[in-house]
Design a protein around this ligand. Structure first.
Ligand code: PLP
Length: 374
Protein backbone atom coordinates (compact mmCIF):
# COMPACT_ATOMS: atom_id res chain seq x y z
CA UNK A 1 0.00 0.00 0.00
CA UNK A 2 1.28 3.50 -0.82
CA UNK A 3 1.80 5.97 2.04
CA UNK A 4 -1.04 8.16 0.78
CA UNK A 5 -3.40 5.20 0.67
CA UNK A 6 -2.30 4.17 4.15
CA UNK A 7 -2.93 7.67 5.53
CA UNK A 8 -6.40 7.82 4.02
CA UNK A 9 -7.28 4.32 5.16
CA UNK A 10 -6.47 5.05 8.80
CA UNK A 11 -9.69 4.73 10.75
CA UNK A 12 -9.99 7.55 13.28
CA UNK A 13 -9.46 5.61 16.54
CA UNK A 14 -12.57 5.00 18.61
CA UNK A 15 -11.02 7.21 21.30
CA UNK A 16 -11.26 10.30 19.11
CA UNK A 17 -14.81 9.64 18.00
CA UNK A 18 -16.02 8.99 21.54
CA UNK A 19 -14.13 11.98 23.01
CA UNK A 20 -16.35 14.20 20.86
CA UNK A 21 -19.41 12.58 22.45
CA UNK A 22 -18.03 13.08 25.98
CA UNK A 23 -17.42 16.76 25.23
CA UNK A 24 -20.94 17.11 23.82
CA UNK A 25 -22.47 16.03 27.16
CA UNK A 26 -19.88 18.00 29.14
CA UNK A 27 -18.79 14.73 30.72
CA UNK A 28 -15.55 13.37 32.21
CA UNK A 29 -13.20 11.81 29.74
CA UNK A 30 -11.34 8.85 31.24
CA UNK A 31 -10.40 7.83 27.73
CA UNK A 32 -7.82 10.44 26.79
CA UNK A 33 -4.30 9.41 27.79
CA UNK A 34 -3.05 12.96 28.28
CA UNK A 35 -1.79 13.45 31.77
CA UNK A 36 -3.51 16.32 33.55
CA UNK A 37 -1.04 16.68 36.43
CA UNK A 38 0.81 20.00 36.77
CA UNK A 39 4.42 20.22 35.58
CA UNK A 40 6.70 20.39 38.67
CA UNK A 41 7.80 23.96 39.28
CA UNK A 42 11.54 23.16 39.12
CA UNK A 43 11.09 21.50 35.74
CA UNK A 44 9.31 24.57 34.34
CA UNK A 45 11.96 26.88 35.79
CA UNK A 46 14.82 24.90 34.25
CA UNK A 47 13.26 25.22 30.78
CA UNK A 48 12.65 28.97 31.23
CA UNK A 49 16.27 29.44 32.34
CA UNK A 50 17.44 27.57 29.23
CA UNK A 51 15.45 29.90 26.96
CA UNK A 52 16.84 32.95 28.76
CA UNK A 53 20.36 31.56 28.51
CA UNK A 54 19.99 31.34 24.73
CA UNK A 55 19.65 27.57 24.27
CA UNK A 56 17.22 28.08 21.41
CA UNK A 57 18.91 26.76 18.27
CA UNK A 58 18.95 23.38 16.56
CA UNK A 59 20.90 20.95 18.68
CA UNK A 60 23.31 18.27 17.54
CA UNK A 61 21.01 15.68 15.87
CA UNK A 62 21.99 13.26 18.64
CA UNK A 63 20.60 15.72 21.19
CA UNK A 64 22.23 18.16 23.59
CA UNK A 65 25.34 16.76 25.22
CA UNK A 66 23.95 17.76 28.63
CA UNK A 67 20.86 15.63 28.10
CA UNK A 68 22.80 12.68 26.70
CA UNK A 69 25.04 12.82 29.79
CA UNK A 70 21.99 13.01 32.06
CA UNK A 71 20.44 9.99 30.34
CA UNK A 72 23.69 8.04 30.72
CA UNK A 73 23.69 8.96 34.42
CA UNK A 74 20.03 7.87 34.64
CA UNK A 75 21.00 4.55 33.00
CA UNK A 76 23.58 4.06 35.78
CA UNK A 77 26.51 4.64 33.41
CA UNK A 78 25.95 1.28 31.76
CA UNK A 79 25.67 2.76 28.26
CA UNK A 80 28.03 4.98 26.28
CA UNK A 81 27.25 8.21 24.49
CA UNK A 82 27.26 6.38 21.14
CA UNK A 83 24.39 4.19 22.27
CA UNK A 84 22.00 7.07 23.08
CA UNK A 85 19.86 9.21 20.79
CA UNK A 86 17.67 12.06 22.10
CA UNK A 87 14.40 12.00 20.19
CA UNK A 88 11.12 13.79 19.67
CA UNK A 89 9.43 11.87 22.46
CA UNK A 90 9.13 8.11 22.61
CA UNK A 91 7.04 8.46 19.46
CA UNK A 92 9.97 9.89 17.47
CA UNK A 93 12.28 7.19 18.82
CA UNK A 94 9.91 4.35 17.96
CA UNK A 95 8.94 5.67 14.55
CA UNK A 96 12.52 6.30 13.41
CA UNK A 97 13.69 2.97 14.84
CA UNK A 98 10.96 1.07 12.96
CA UNK A 99 11.87 2.97 9.80
CA UNK A 100 15.51 1.94 10.33
CA UNK A 101 14.73 -1.72 10.97
CA UNK A 102 11.80 -2.60 8.74
CA UNK A 103 11.48 -3.05 5.01
CA UNK A 104 8.03 -3.35 3.48
CA UNK A 105 6.69 -6.89 3.88
CA UNK A 106 8.89 -7.69 6.89
CA UNK A 107 7.22 -9.37 9.82
CA UNK A 108 6.87 -7.61 13.18
CA UNK A 109 5.62 -9.21 16.40
CA UNK A 110 3.50 -7.17 18.77
CA UNK A 111 2.13 -8.02 22.19
CA UNK A 112 -1.64 -7.64 22.33
CA UNK A 113 -3.39 -5.63 23.85
CA UNK A 114 -1.07 -3.05 22.25
CA UNK A 115 -0.61 0.70 22.31
CA UNK A 116 -2.38 1.78 19.09
CA UNK A 117 0.55 3.87 17.79
CA UNK A 118 2.80 0.81 18.00
CA UNK A 119 0.57 -1.00 15.57
CA UNK A 120 -0.07 1.97 13.29
CA UNK A 121 3.64 2.69 12.86
CA UNK A 122 4.26 -0.96 11.94
CA UNK A 123 1.44 -0.67 9.41
CA UNK A 124 2.93 2.57 8.07
CA UNK A 125 6.20 0.82 7.25
CA UNK A 126 4.32 -2.01 5.54
CA UNK A 127 5.14 -4.64 8.15
CA UNK A 128 3.11 -7.80 8.46
CA UNK A 129 2.01 -7.69 12.09
CA UNK A 130 1.98 -10.91 14.13
CA UNK A 131 0.13 -10.34 17.38
CA UNK A 132 0.97 -12.28 20.54
CA UNK A 133 -2.02 -12.11 22.91
CA UNK A 134 -1.51 -11.90 26.65
CA UNK A 135 -3.96 -13.78 28.84
CA UNK A 136 -6.28 -11.79 31.07
CA UNK A 137 -6.71 -11.24 33.98
CA UNK A 138 -3.00 -11.43 34.91
CA UNK A 139 -1.71 -10.67 31.43
CA UNK A 140 0.57 -13.63 31.62
CA UNK A 141 2.76 -14.28 28.63
CA UNK A 142 2.69 -17.62 26.84
CA UNK A 143 6.31 -18.34 25.91
CA UNK A 144 5.34 -21.23 23.65
CA UNK A 145 3.34 -18.76 21.62
CA UNK A 146 6.23 -16.28 21.71
CA UNK A 147 8.56 -18.94 20.32
CA UNK A 148 6.05 -20.05 17.70
CA UNK A 149 5.80 -16.43 16.57
CA UNK A 150 9.57 -15.98 16.55
CA UNK A 151 9.88 -19.03 14.29
CA UNK A 152 8.10 -16.94 11.65
CA UNK A 153 11.15 -14.65 11.66
CA UNK A 154 9.82 -11.26 12.70
CA UNK A 155 12.50 -8.55 12.63
CA UNK A 156 11.16 -6.84 15.74
CA UNK A 157 9.20 -7.84 18.81
CA UNK A 158 7.44 -4.88 20.42
CA UNK A 159 6.38 -4.59 24.05
CA UNK A 160 5.12 -1.75 26.21
CA UNK A 161 6.50 -2.05 29.75
CA UNK A 162 4.74 -0.85 31.90
CA UNK A 163 1.91 -1.67 29.56
CA UNK A 164 -0.52 0.66 27.94
CA UNK A 165 -3.38 -0.33 28.14
CA UNK A 166 -2.90 -3.33 30.44
CA UNK A 167 -0.87 -1.82 33.28
CA UNK A 168 1.29 -4.97 33.09
CA UNK A 169 4.82 -4.72 34.45
CA UNK A 170 7.04 -7.51 33.10
CA UNK A 171 8.94 -9.41 35.75
CA UNK A 172 12.70 -9.68 35.46
CA UNK A 173 12.33 -13.38 34.65
CA UNK A 174 9.83 -12.68 31.88
CA UNK A 175 12.09 -10.05 30.36
CA UNK A 176 15.13 -12.28 30.53
CA UNK A 177 13.26 -15.09 28.80
CA UNK A 178 11.92 -12.75 26.11
CA UNK A 179 15.39 -11.37 25.43
CA UNK A 180 16.93 -14.85 25.31
CA UNK A 181 14.30 -16.00 22.83
CA UNK A 182 14.60 -12.85 20.70
CA UNK A 183 18.39 -13.27 20.62
CA UNK A 184 18.05 -16.93 19.68
CA UNK A 185 15.87 -15.97 16.70
CA UNK A 186 17.89 -12.87 15.81
CA UNK A 187 14.96 -10.55 16.44
CA UNK A 188 15.19 -7.10 18.08
CA UNK A 189 13.15 -6.58 21.20
CA UNK A 190 11.79 -3.03 21.27
CA UNK A 191 10.79 -2.16 24.82
CA UNK A 192 8.77 1.04 25.16
CA UNK A 193 9.35 2.17 28.76
CA UNK A 194 7.47 5.46 28.65
CA UNK A 195 5.85 4.77 32.05
CA UNK A 196 8.99 3.43 33.77
CA UNK A 197 8.53 5.72 36.79
CA UNK A 198 4.83 4.97 37.27
CA UNK A 199 4.87 1.49 38.78
CA UNK A 200 3.45 -0.13 41.89
CA UNK A 201 5.74 -3.14 41.80
CA UNK A 202 9.51 -3.30 41.17
CA UNK A 203 10.36 -2.34 37.60
CA UNK A 204 13.18 -3.77 35.51
CA UNK A 205 14.24 -2.10 32.28
CA UNK A 206 15.05 -4.36 29.34
CA UNK A 207 18.19 -2.20 29.09
CA UNK A 208 19.51 -3.90 32.21
CA UNK A 209 20.36 -6.99 30.17
CA UNK A 210 22.77 -5.20 27.84
CA UNK A 211 21.98 -7.34 24.82
CA UNK A 212 22.65 -6.13 21.27
CA UNK A 213 19.13 -7.29 20.45
CA UNK A 214 17.48 -4.91 22.90
CA UNK A 215 16.32 -1.39 22.01
CA UNK A 216 14.82 0.77 24.76
CA UNK A 217 12.43 3.57 23.89
CA UNK A 218 12.21 6.15 26.68
CA UNK A 219 10.28 9.33 27.35
CA UNK A 220 10.04 12.20 29.81
CA UNK A 221 6.44 13.00 28.81
CA UNK A 222 4.83 11.16 31.69
CA UNK A 223 7.64 11.38 34.26
CA UNK A 224 7.52 15.18 34.33
CA UNK A 225 3.94 15.59 32.96
CA UNK A 226 5.31 17.30 29.85
CA UNK A 227 3.59 15.46 27.02
CA UNK A 228 3.75 18.58 24.82
CA UNK A 229 7.52 19.11 25.19
CA UNK A 230 8.44 16.19 22.97
CA UNK A 231 11.55 14.89 24.71
CA UNK A 232 12.42 11.20 24.66
CA UNK A 233 15.30 8.92 23.78
CA UNK A 234 16.44 5.67 22.26
CA UNK A 235 19.03 3.25 23.62
CA UNK A 236 20.44 0.78 21.08
CA UNK A 237 23.72 -0.41 19.61
CA UNK A 238 26.00 2.23 18.07
CA UNK A 239 25.35 0.79 14.59
CA UNK A 240 21.61 1.07 14.99
CA UNK A 241 21.79 4.53 16.56
CA UNK A 242 23.85 5.72 13.57
CA UNK A 243 21.12 4.63 11.14
CA UNK A 244 18.19 5.81 13.26
CA UNK A 245 19.87 9.16 13.90
CA UNK A 246 19.78 10.11 10.20
CA UNK A 247 16.15 9.11 9.81
CA UNK A 248 15.10 10.95 12.96
CA UNK A 249 17.02 14.03 11.81
CA UNK A 250 15.18 14.04 8.47
CA UNK A 251 11.77 14.23 10.15
CA UNK A 252 12.37 16.17 13.34
CA UNK A 253 15.91 17.69 13.17
CA UNK A 254 15.88 17.70 16.96
CA UNK A 255 13.69 17.78 20.01
CA UNK A 256 13.17 21.42 21.18
CA UNK A 257 16.53 22.68 22.50
CA UNK A 258 15.52 24.55 25.69
CA UNK A 259 13.17 21.75 26.65
CA UNK A 260 15.96 19.19 26.25
CA UNK A 261 18.06 21.35 28.58
CA UNK A 262 15.15 21.70 31.03
CA UNK A 263 14.85 17.91 31.15
CA UNK A 264 18.62 17.45 31.56
CA UNK A 265 18.70 19.80 34.56
CA UNK A 266 15.60 18.13 36.03
CA UNK A 267 17.19 14.67 35.82
CA UNK A 268 20.35 15.99 37.47
CA UNK A 269 18.59 17.92 40.22
CA UNK A 270 15.39 16.19 41.29
CA UNK A 271 15.83 13.96 44.35
CA UNK A 272 14.86 10.30 44.43
CA UNK A 273 11.83 11.30 46.52
CA UNK A 274 10.37 13.02 43.43
CA UNK A 275 10.04 9.62 41.75
CA UNK A 276 8.67 7.83 44.80
CA UNK A 277 6.13 10.63 45.32
CA UNK A 278 5.06 10.33 41.69
CA UNK A 279 4.26 6.63 42.19
CA UNK A 280 2.48 7.38 45.46
CA UNK A 281 0.28 10.02 43.78
CA UNK A 282 -0.64 7.66 40.97
CA UNK A 283 -1.25 4.80 43.38
CA UNK A 284 -3.89 6.88 45.16
CA UNK A 285 -5.54 7.65 41.81
CA UNK A 286 -5.39 4.02 40.74
CA UNK A 287 -7.04 2.92 43.99
CA UNK A 288 -9.86 5.48 43.65
CA UNK A 289 -10.66 4.18 40.20
CA UNK A 290 -10.15 0.47 40.93
CA UNK A 291 -12.55 0.59 43.85
CA UNK A 292 -15.05 2.88 42.06
CA UNK A 293 -15.16 0.72 38.94
CA UNK A 294 -15.44 -2.47 41.00
CA UNK A 295 -18.39 -0.98 42.89
CA UNK A 296 -19.98 0.01 39.59
CA UNK A 297 -19.88 -3.66 38.54
CA UNK A 298 -16.69 -3.85 36.45
CA UNK A 299 -14.21 -6.62 36.83
CA UNK A 300 -10.94 -4.68 37.10
CA UNK A 301 -7.64 -6.29 36.07
CA UNK A 302 -5.14 -5.29 38.73
CA UNK A 303 -2.79 -2.71 37.13
CA UNK A 304 0.87 -2.77 38.23
CA UNK A 305 2.03 0.29 36.35
CA UNK A 306 1.30 3.07 33.81
CA UNK A 307 -1.82 5.16 34.48
CA UNK A 308 -4.43 3.04 32.76
CA UNK A 309 -6.57 0.18 33.81
CA UNK A 310 -8.86 -2.21 32.07
CA UNK A 311 -12.44 -2.62 33.22
CA UNK A 312 -14.27 -5.72 32.04
CA UNK A 313 -17.98 -4.92 31.63
CA UNK A 314 -19.27 -8.43 30.91
CA UNK A 315 -21.23 -8.63 34.14
CA UNK A 316 -22.84 -5.23 33.59
CA UNK A 317 -23.75 -5.58 29.94
CA UNK A 318 -22.90 -8.93 28.33
CA UNK A 319 -24.68 -8.09 25.07
CA UNK A 320 -23.10 -4.84 23.91
CA UNK A 321 -19.94 -4.49 21.89
CA UNK A 322 -17.19 -2.52 23.60
CA UNK A 323 -17.84 0.54 21.43
CA UNK A 324 -21.59 0.40 22.09
CA UNK A 325 -21.02 -0.09 25.81
CA UNK A 326 -18.80 3.01 26.07
CA UNK A 327 -21.28 5.00 24.00
CA UNK A 328 -24.07 3.99 26.42
CA UNK A 329 -21.86 4.79 29.44
CA UNK A 330 -21.28 8.30 28.07
CA UNK A 331 -25.00 8.83 27.44
CA UNK A 332 -26.08 7.44 30.82
CA UNK A 333 -23.31 8.61 33.19
CA UNK A 334 -21.34 11.22 31.24
CA UNK A 335 -18.09 9.27 31.62
CA UNK A 336 -15.93 8.24 28.67
CA UNK A 337 -13.37 5.43 28.23
CA UNK A 338 -11.69 3.80 25.24
CA UNK A 339 -13.30 0.66 23.85
CA UNK A 340 -11.10 -2.42 23.46
CA UNK A 341 -11.19 -2.08 19.65
CA UNK A 342 -8.26 0.36 19.67
CA UNK A 343 -5.99 -2.16 21.44
CA UNK A 344 -6.86 -5.63 20.15
CA UNK A 345 -7.54 -7.22 16.80
CA UNK A 346 -10.63 -9.11 18.02
CA UNK A 347 -13.63 -7.69 19.88
CA UNK A 348 -13.26 -7.95 23.69
CA UNK A 349 -15.70 -6.95 26.44
CA UNK A 350 -13.58 -4.36 28.22
CA UNK A 351 -12.64 -0.71 28.00
CA UNK A 352 -9.54 1.25 29.02
CA UNK A 353 -9.79 3.91 31.70
CA UNK A 354 -7.11 6.56 32.34
CA UNK A 355 -6.56 7.89 35.86
CA UNK A 356 -4.02 10.67 35.18
CA UNK A 357 -6.55 13.20 36.44
CA UNK A 358 -7.03 15.19 39.64
CA UNK A 359 -8.31 13.01 42.52
CA UNK A 360 -11.44 15.19 42.77
CA UNK A 361 -12.28 14.52 39.11
CA UNK A 362 -11.77 10.79 39.63
CA UNK A 363 -14.12 10.86 42.64
CA UNK A 364 -16.69 12.70 40.56
CA UNK A 365 -16.36 10.16 37.74
CA UNK A 366 -16.75 7.28 40.19
CA UNK A 367 -19.87 8.86 41.63
CA UNK A 368 -21.35 9.31 38.14
CA UNK A 369 -20.56 5.66 37.34
CA UNK A 370 -22.41 4.41 40.42
CA UNK A 371 -25.66 4.77 38.47
CA UNK A 372 -24.43 2.61 35.60
CA UNK A 373 -26.26 -0.58 36.64
CA UNK A 374 -29.57 1.15 37.44
C1 PLP B 1 3.21 3.23 25.51
C2 PLP B 1 3.37 4.65 25.07
N1 PLP B 1 4.46 4.97 24.36
C3 PLP B 1 4.66 6.23 23.94
C4 PLP B 1 3.74 7.23 24.20
C5 PLP B 1 4.01 8.62 23.70
O1 PLP B 1 5.14 9.10 24.36
P1 PLP B 1 5.82 10.47 23.91
O2 PLP B 1 4.95 11.59 24.38
O3 PLP B 1 7.14 10.45 24.59
O4 PLP B 1 5.95 10.45 22.44
C6 PLP B 1 2.59 6.94 24.93
C7 PLP B 1 1.58 7.98 25.20
O5 PLP B 1 0.46 7.76 25.54
C8 PLP B 1 2.41 5.62 25.37
O6 PLP B 1 1.30 5.28 26.06
Amino acid sequence: MKYSEFALSMEPPALRRLSVKVAAVNGINLGQGTCQLPVPEEVREFAKQAIDEGINRYTNPKGLQSLRDAIIYKLKNEYSDEEILVTSGATGAYDSLCEALLDRGDKAALIEPYYPYHRMVLNKYGAQVLTVPLSAPNWSIDFDLVEKTLRENPKVFVISNPGNPTGKVYSETELQKLIELCSQYNCRLISDETYEYITYTPFTSAGKFKSKNVCVVGSFSKTFSITGWRVGYLVATKELIDITLGLHDLTYICSPAPLQEGVARSINSLPQSFYTDLCEKYKIKRDILVSGLSQAGFNVYDPQGSYYLIGDFQEIDPESSSYKFVEKMIEKCGVGAVPSNDFVSKEAKWARFCYALEDSVLHEAVSKLSTLKN
